[in-house]
Design a protein around this ligand. Sequence first.
Ligand SMILES: O=P(O)(O)OC[C@H]1O[C@H](O)[C@H](O)[C@@H](O)[C@@H]1O
Length: 528
Amino acid sequence: MDWRERPRCDETPEWAALTRLAAAQPDFDVRAAFARDPERFARLSQGAPELFADWSRSRIDAAAEAQLLALARACGLEAHRDALFAGEPVNTTEGRAALHPLLRAPAVGSAIAGWPTPALAPLHRAVLETLERMLAYAEAVRADPDMTDVVNIGIGGSDLGPRMAVQALAAWGAAGPRVHFVSNLDGHELAQTLAGLAPERTLFLVVSKTFTTLETLTNAHSARDWFLAQGGRDVARHFVGITTAVEAARAFGIETTFGFWDWVGGRYSVWSAVGLALAIAIGAEGFRAFLAGAHAMDAHFCTAPLEANLPARLGLLDLWNRDVLGFGSRCVAPYHAGLARLPAYLQQLEMESNGKRVDLRGRALTLPTSPVVWGEPGTNGQHAFFQLLHQGTDVIPVEFLAVARARHGLVGHHAGLVANALAQARALMVGQDDPGGHRHFPGNRPSSFLLLEDLTPRSLGALLALYEHRVFVSGSLWGIDSFDQWGVELGKALARDLTPRLLSGDVTGLDAATAGLIGRLAPFFEKK
Ligand SMILES: O=P(O)(O)OC[C@H]1O[C@H](O)[C@H](O)[C@@H](O)[C@@H]1O
């Protein structure tokens, strides 16, 4: 099937069959399903590179999964996946490829036979050249005793990936400089970060795909002003640019730049030079392992039959939860303090990719798309919002994530941590009877469980690639463009209009609410 001619999932007979299947068991109970089928855990779980996933506590059974796989085939998922890897312009609204897997394709020994294709060879060479240059630079920074602090200035995809990964892989970062992240336009963040730094010992990474993002340019200008005001010399040595708009970075005064390409979406860019902060934190070898883990997952996604293909099976589960069962949100609960920023990273990955209301042809969708993704690390979340997950009126699938091995030497923590993840998933499912009501847990609340043996650069790479492909799978069946983000533009344009109005107090033509608030705020912004 030509990937451009694929039907939308709700236009297929397989979709109708799927909804009939669901309608036939409106009161699906996971506990009863386990009792009926001793093989349920084995059927609804599987291994993949670097991790193991179990979704047997979801409100799904093997028959529904088989129908979902038939739906995926009817929707040309495999052709669409192959088009993604072939560098076809799958980002149709921008006329671009989405070739982030190429960023982790090894120089030799690709695990995907015949890929990268000869047609991709020039791009692959450019990727490898930049990678080598960036890793050599990262090693030089790590070896420079005078460079004690690195500040990554970027936002969205130019912040969330490296920020999350540096924190997750802190155990690998001991030998490197301290790495800080500044993203917010709120000057408090930059001011607080700069307060503890010395200009001659600080390296600023200005990361922006477009090099037009207001927050990043404002922070970069303020950082340079601070650097000069503090007596810093040699801006060229202390400011590095990572961007697809190398000329714009030069115009800012940055000499050292690392480029990437318009076919790398911001939220898919941690594998490119956008990951420089991570490479500085964990070193070249660690960064190569991070890429290798992702490549292993790419190979799995490309080659495993759909029945044993983890991104496909989880992406289809997501579609089932959202569109058949109607769950509007998913909680992500990583039981690892280092993964504290994983929910925020996944919010951009999933909600910016699949929070869409029209299909590739611009027609309004009839099915709901991306759920709201949110979460906090465990066990913290248990003491905050798990009350609602267990006893609230909404059913919210929870995705638990646990790591078998701990990297600290403290006794008495890790078994308790992992047991808590297991206990929460079990409590959600089994529930508890209480005729009095307040201590009643209805149970049958769905969850999935991802298990890593260890949190390493390689396993983190595989985990993130799993999520990327899973988001692609549901987006593919919805028939949307998972690689654009037009929905962020209107607010940016309006902010450009409102900034001078805060200073002038001019509310001409504004809606009454905005005008009313500007009336209250303008006195604080009057030009001095
Ligand atoms: O890297 P930049 O061009 O500065 O963009 C930073 C971020 O801002 C945009 O508005 C998009 O919402 C994000 O997808 C992007 O990652």
